[in-house]
Design a protein around this ligand. Structure first.
Ligand code: COA
Length: 167
């Protein structure tokens, strides 16, 4: 496919809620997120063994049955899943000093589809759906090394509110 074709395909992607049959593709993307974090800091982020795809698939299948959870996929017109986001509407959390909030845990776009607006579509799709469910705020954590993620979130209006430290 020409580069233009690929860009057009990606630009026309839609964001929708994930279904069970999407999870094979989503878990491949999720495993990349795990590996990427482990590479950044092996003492903080869990190791991604060969079964991480299967483990993440089971985890997300469980999340799909929870009404508080939200798994989104970005899908091209041809039906290719090129990104996903996952988070929850979480209740008041005393440890985090946080009233109930929409918490975005994961967002990842396939390498072949980056810089085409999909990451922004996924995050905004998550925010919109969480606000519709009553979330007063949306919170996320991003690795200190993750400059691309931080740039995306800042561009969409997120501000830095906490720093995690590890010993
Ligand atoms: C972060 C990520 C989701 C961005 O997805 P994307 O589809 O490429 O992002 P978009 O095309 O919607 O970019 C929107 C904005 O984000 C910022 N951005 C995205 N990628 C960037 C990069 N590599 N470097 C700097 N800024 C970046 C830019 O401000 C960009 O706006 P611009 O195109 O007008 O400059 C993608 O790089 C990714 O999957 N990274 C690995 C997973 C990850 O880090 N997830 C976030 C933490 S869980």
């Amino acid at each position: 496919m020409s580069e233009g074709g690929l860009n057009d395909e990606v630009a026309d992607s839609i964001v929708r809620e994930a279904r069970e049959e999407d999870l094979d593709a989503v878990s491949v993307l999720a495993a990349r997120l795990v590996r990427m974090h482990h590479e950044w800091d092996r003492e903080r982020f869990m190791r991604a063994g060969p079964s991480v795809e299967a483990g993440y698939r089971r985890f997300l299948a469980g999340e799909l049955t929870q009404s508080a959870s939200l798994v989104l996929v970005a899908v091209t017109p041809a039906g290719r899943i090129v990104g996903y986001a996952f988070g929850r509407l979480e209740p008041r959390n005393w440890e985090m000093l946080m009233d109930d909030s929409g918490v975005l845990h994961d967002v990842l776009v396939d390498d072949s589809a980056r810089k085409g607006g999909i990451g922004a579509k996924l995050v905004l799709g998550f925010v919109e759906r969480m606000r519709a469910r009553g979330a007063q705020r949306i919170v996320l954590h991003t690795a200190a090394q993750n400059t691309a993620g931080q740039a995306l979130f800042k561009k969409l209006g997120f501000r830095v509110t906490m720093l995690e430290m590890t010993l």
